[in-house]
Ligand binder design. Structure first.
Ligand code: ATP
Ligand code: MG
Length: 236
């Protein structure tokens, strides 16, 4: 079990994010703080619309807070411009989405290799590494299939390979089992958590599943725009 006494990887302070919804300001995050230790696995829960995806997008540098600071390691993400954030994300972040987000015209191995290619690894080497990682995930025989030819669980394992291939510091998963049946979801999640443990990769998973939350080192609830430690796990 990792504690926040260990080296912090994420240190966010006073995060606010407001959306304009037809002239009405919706305060999704209000002065939220977050600390995650290096190597820690955190589950993030909260009602639909509470701002979980919004928060992940801030941590990924996809979006920017209206106020507050986000340190990832020693990088002040909130202070970077879009180009620098994109570069940061490509190098340091892996993302797993509920609906896989694979590129439909690329094969499994090409999808998994993309983050390596984007950071400058020559294509042949990237594809070789992707093939090895897919094999680790039990997908050696499906490596040349396109997403349409894969089951949901297989697609999500390709997405896991893609999230980890460039050895990111931080993996962000937004309801990674939300679109899978329970047994398959459990397998994929065990693989994601296991690989992150093995590699010391920090993992933040948004989930509605009590099971996912139970497998994490720590559970945080997002409520009324702020994060709090959850004693008892509640799910929606
Ligand atoms: N680009 C946007 N423009 C306006 N409002 C937005 C935008 N993105 C999100 N919102 C609003 O912000 C709130 C939080 O959305 P968010 O997607 O972060 O919630 P969530 O906790 O991930 O919900 P779910 O569990 O349903 O995925 C919602 O009320 C949503 O409608
Ligand atoms: Mg969401």
């Amino acid at each position: 079990m990792h504690t926040t006494d260990a080296t912090p990887l994420i240190r966010a302070r006073g995060l606010s994010r407001t959306y304009d919804q037809g002239g009405i300001a919706q305060h999704v995050l209000r002065d939220a703080d977050l600390d995650v230790a290096a190597g820690e696995q955190v589950a993030l829960i909260g009602r639909s619309g509470s701002g979980k995806s919004t928060l992940l997008n801030l941590l990924a540098g996809i979006d920017r807070p209206d106020a507050g600071s986000i340190l990832i390691g020693d990088v002040a993400l909130h202070a970077l411009d879009e180009t620098a954030r994109t570069r940061f994300r490509r190098t340091h972040i892996g993302f797993v989405y509920q609906f896989f987000n694979l590129i439909p015209t690329l094969t499994a191995v090409e999808n998994a290799a993309l983050p390596l290619e984007l950071t400058g690894t020559p294509r042949r080497r990237a594809l070789r590494r992707a093939r090895e990682d897919l094999a680790t995930l039990g997908l050696a025989a499906r490596a040349d299939a396109i997403p349409d030819q894969l089951s949901g669980g297989e697609r999500q394992r390709v997405a896991v390979a893609r999230a980890l291939i460039h050895a990111p510091t931080l993996v962000l998963a937004d309801e990674p089992t939300g679109n899978l049946d329970v047994a398959i979801g459990r397998q994929v999640l065990a693989q994601l958590q296991g690989l992150c443990r093995e590699r010391g990769t920090t993992l933040v998973t948004v989930t509605h599943s009590g099971e996912v939350a139970a497998g994490a080192d720590r559970v945080l609830t997002l409520e009324a725009g702020r994060l709090r430690e959850t004693g008892e796990v509640q799910t929606w």
